[in-house]
Design a protein around this ligand. Structure first.
Ligand SMILES: NC(=O)C1=CN([C@@H]2O[C@H](COP(=O)(O)OP(=O)(O)OC[C@H]3O[C@@H](n4cnc5c(N)ncnc54)[C@H](OP(=O)(O)O)[C@@H]3O)[C@@H](O)[C@H]2O)C=CC1
Ligand code: HEM
Length: 551
């Protein structure tokens, strides 16, 4: 299948428009600042002293200002969640763009790191220039106290250190392997901003305040014309000296220099206050611990925790970063009929192992106790809920949900909502593909799937839900033993799904329609799905790709 322009625009258009705008703005402010410092009259003497190092350090600093303010905005999750749910963001396109907020954050973060390297490199050259080109003529311009002195910037060194820690701990392998390290190191961002705001009040680089009374390169009043032939910077500034002589430019006063008002404050303060306000709101909102109603151990090291929290409301599909740092997807949301909500946690690392140990210390299987007779569970705090791509499943006539292993949880939440009431949504047909390594994994939600299947058959909509379960490690056909799971028997297939064939089939039965594709699965699956969504479809169907990301 080749690339289809229509599909590509539907999937990548908005994202690339934002990227191009961001790149253009960054390039423009870099270039504008570069030119200003290279040829601006007020920087003439400073430029003579520092050369290209001045232009590059200042231009990169402006790009850093822009990105240090932008990087926080996509992380104002509560504000984005509110925006997502309001009429202001009424188009699906805009909501899908909001789902790319994490990608935009990472792009700005990487830009901060790259431009920091450029900035630091240029300033290292400046430190040497300040030292070896110590100006006896304009002492106010110097940072060094004497020729040969190198002055290191403490705040600059600290910033580099914090950024290095944040950058290394943000790598994909750390995020996947040890989320806690990423999370706690990432919270150094507040130290980063404090030091950044201190960094810019240093005022090492000064501009000339009196270019009218002292045009750059003018001849000092106390020097004769003959004397001015030996102008110390004649070679560097030959043109200017010749010109000033021609125009008989004589300095009316000595050059005065002054540090800039730190512009970083203007760039950063708004987003920083907004983000801190949002964190404070989130802190207050999640401050009341939840009541754990039940903890159930499922096959394949999965535990289900059902909870209750006053006035906790979530739209199906939303995510809740739960308990200190772990981000999880609710597997069921509170509804009108049921106030509790649940999460399914797969025990894969030290954090989840510890979590499971605290909740189910010595019990083999499950524990569901009456509220009045509850065990003493550890206190659990839930942050969120926050917007997520899965919310859009209901807003297409046809949606395809592809889950891998525990990635099924956001879709389980969707199924719960459909089980509650499926008629209220635009959705008319849901393809549900679930790929697992072990047969037992299907038991996590087998009851839910059968319940929804039964309800739809009873209400005369057997075509509404199309379930396909794939078991990848088995060689021969196996099945869920329990008779109550009979509807799933014929829907269980062996091996990995043939996604291309599936797309062709869906395309044939939904010609010229827009189909929403939702993925919460390992990278290999999501990559293949993304490619298929951008591919040409003979049936004229456009597949819009949406991805749930947890790292
Ligand atoms: N919702 C949530 O709360 C959370 C969701 N997740 C998400 O869930 C995903 C799945 O996690 P996990 O349970 O560990 O998944 P698994 O590693 O157990 O993989 C699930 C299935 O996907 C199959 N698979 C892997 N690659 C491909 C491929 N290229 N094509 C077809 N099938 C493939 C595997 O088949 P095979 O046996 O052949 O490899 C396996 O059967 C994670 O990647 C993450 O994105 C993670 C944490 C929390
Ligand atoms: C080096 C590149 C960076 C990468 C790869 C990166 C990655 C991430 C990711 C993946 C998240 C989301 C965490 C989650 O949802 O679980 C995040 C959150 C965040 N990052 Fe970054 N980041 C980077 C740089 C930065 C920088 C430079 C700053 C600020 C100085 C910053 C500040 C934040 C903040 C404030 C959050 C939000 C935490 C929250 O409220 O949940 N990041 N980052």
């Amino acid at each position: 299948m080749g690339l289809s322009l229509r599909s590509w625009i539907a999937n990548e258009g908005g994202k690339h428009c934002i990227l191009i705008t961001w790149l253009s703005v960054s390039a423009w402010i870099f270039w504008r600042t570069f030119i200003l410092y290279c040829s601006g009259a007020e920087y003439h003497y400073l430029h003579k002293m520092l050369g290209l190092g001045l232009c590059i350090s200042r231009a990169s600093a402006t790009v850093l200002n822009l990105n240090c303010s932008l990087v926080l905005l996509p992380m104002c999750r509560s504000i984005l969640t509110v925006l997502r749910g309001t009429r202001q963001v009424s188009s699906k396109k805009a909501r899908r763009l909001l789902d790319k907020s994490k990608t935009f954050h990472v792009t700005c973060g990487v830009a901060i790191c790259v431009f920091s390297v450029v900035h630091v490199g240029a300033h290292l050259v400046n430190v040497v220039s300040f030292s070896v080109r110590y100006s006896d003529e304009f002492p106010a311009l110097n940072v060094a106290h004497y020729r040969g002195q190198s002055v290191p910037g403490i705040t600059g060194v600290l910033l580099v250190l914090v950024l290095f820690l944040m950058f290394t701990a943000s790598s994909h392998s750390v995020r996947v392997g040890n989320y806690e390290i990423f999370w706690y190191t990432h919270n150094l961002f507040i130290l980063f901003y404090v030091v950044l705001l201190m960094h810019v009040v240093g005022g090492a680089l000064k501009y000339q305040t009196n270019v009218d009374a002292h045009p750059p390169g003018c001849i000092p009043a106390n020097q004769t014309r003959a004397h001015s032939d030996t102008w110390p910077n004649q070679e560097v500034d030959g043109e200017l000296v010749a010109e000033s002589r021609e125009m008989s430019l004589v300095c009316k006063e000595d050059a005065h220099f002054q540090p800039h008002f730190p512009q970083t404050w203007l760039w950063v303060l708004g987003p920083l206050c907004l983000y801190c306000g949002e964190r404070l709101y989130r802190y207050i909102r999640c401050n009341a611990s939840v009541t754990i109603v039940s903890v159930v151990r499922h096959p394949c090291d999965v535990i289900e925790v059902r909870m209750l929290k006053n006035s906790f409301k979530a739209r199906p599909g939303q995510v809740s970063p739960t308990l200190s740092s772990a981000v999880m997807n609710s597997s069921s949301c509170p509804t009108e009929n049921k106030e509790t909500f649940g999460i399914h946690v797969r025990v894969v690392g030290d954090w989840t192992a510890c979590f499971s140990e605290l909740l189910l210390p010595d019990l083999e299987h499950s524990e569901i106790l009456p509220m009045t007779n509850q065990r003493r569970y550890p206190k659990l705090y839930v942050d969120g809920p926050f917007g997520s791509p899965s919310e859009e499943v209901f807003n297409y006539e046809v949606s395809v949900c592809v889950a891998g292993g525990i990635g099924v949880t956001p879709f389980a939440c969707i199924m719960h909502a459909l089980l509650d009431e499926w008629r209220r949504y635009k959705l008319q047909r849901l393809y549900f593909v679930w790929v697992c390594r072990e047969l037992n994994s299907f038991y996590w939600f087998a009851e839910l799937l059968c319940g929804l299947h039964r309800k739809l058959w009873e209400q005369n909509r057997p075509d509404y839900l199309n379930i396909r379960l794939y078991l990848t490690t088995a060689q021969e056909l196996q099945n869920l033993t329990d008779e109550k799971y009979r509807p799933l028997h014929s829907r269980l297939l062996i091996g990995r799904p043939k996604l291309k064939l599936l797309f062709e089939e869906i395309g044939r039965s939904n010609q010229h329609k827009k189909v929403g594709v939702f993925c919460c699965a390992p990278k290999g699956v999501s990559r293949e799905l993304h490619k298929l969504c951008n591919s040409f479809s003979a049936s004229g169907t456009v597949f819009e790709y949406n991805k749930e990301s947890f790292s």
